[in-house]
Design a protein around this ligand. Structure first.
Ligand code: 48H
Length: 261
């Protein structure tokens, strides 16, 4: 059989277009494929929730590839280890209550499990805005990341979602847009984004599950974005909180979707 370039081209364009059309209307759209967004997508997909993840970069994994300062090992505490165990990621006890795992194994295994469970990940796509109806976020406005990088004037497309998860990490991009463009009040003490505090691993990891919640109608926040939104500290390169936050946001949304039905 001779390989035909036109067939290869048609295959890619048709398959990708169909995928995007299929996922233009989802139960949950996630902004960011870092550890918390990926774990959330896995648990949602495993529960048969239709979920799409939009990731600005070419690669998934966010800040987990680089462990701490590019030393590509991550640290988790006991509860975080339980999530790594569920993905069958190797861990080693370092000292009592501290476990390490290979950062690359962690990203690739969680990413693979999420996709196999049914999550669709769209890389190179940036969520640049939200769709809002009567004070509720009902979807995402998306564009190719290279459009943003080249500063091209190209209009975006949109995705309809019952729930959106803000998992964009430190910059809280979606919440900043909502704050800037609307009068929606967030469920924070100030009604606005409070902002991330300096590093305090113990407090940050303790607060993250409390901060993983619906922050305004239609939007849940998880991962580093949750602590930044509610004014909690950063935790440095301990990743248990990210993993647990991803699982919690999935569980909360699964429960909310059941009530909605
Ligand atoms: C599409 C976007 C957009 C956008 C950003 O930063 P992340 O790894 O996020 P988390 O919260 O899952 O994990 C945080 C962790 O990596 C970390 O930074 C920690 C623990 N820090 C502690 C400390 O003290 O420093 O991933 C977020 C992902 C990235 O891949 C971005 O490219 C992506 O979201 N992203 N994708 N549209 N508008 N904004």
């Amino acid at each position: 059989m001779e390989l035909n370039e036109t067939t290869i081209t048609r295959a890619i364009v048709e398959r990708f277009s169909q995928k995007l059309i299929d996922y233009s209307n989802v139960d949950v759209a996630i902004v960011g494929a870092g550890p918390s967004g990926l774990v959330a997508s896995y648990f949602l997909a495993k529960a048969d929730v239709k979920v799409a993840v939009f990731e600005r970069k070419l690669s998934i994994g966010g800040g987990m590839w680089g462990g701490g300062m590019m030393f590509n090992e991550i640290v988790v505490q006991k509860q975080g280890k339980e999530i790594l165990d569920a993905f069958e990621i190797h861990t080693r006890e370092y000292e009592l209550g501290y476990y390490t795992a290979d950062a690359i194994e962690s990203v690739t295994t969680i990413g693979s499990a999420a996709i196999k469970a049914g999550a669709k990940i769209f890389n190179c796509i940036t969520a640049e805005d939200a769709i809002i109806r009567e004070g509720r976020v009902t979807g995402l406005v998306i564009n190719w990341s290279p459009v943003e990088m080249a500063n091209l004037h190209v209009d975006p497309l949109s995705i309809n979602a019952k729930y959106v998860i803000e998992a964009s990490g430190h910059p809280l991009e979606l919440l900043h847009v909502i704050e800037r463009k609307t009068d929606i009040r967030f469920n924070t003490p100030t009604g606005k984004i409070v902002g991330e505090k300096s590093m305090w691993a113990e407090q940050a990891e303790n607060l993250i599950l409390k901060n993983t919640r619906e922050i305004c109608p239609g939007v849940y926040v998880c991962g580093m974005a949750a602590n930044a939104a509610f004014g909690a500290p950063r935790m440095g390169p301990i990743f248990g909180g990210m993993l647990l936050s991803g699982k919690k946001v999935a569980q909360d949304i699964i429960a909310a979707l059941k009530i909605k039905k």
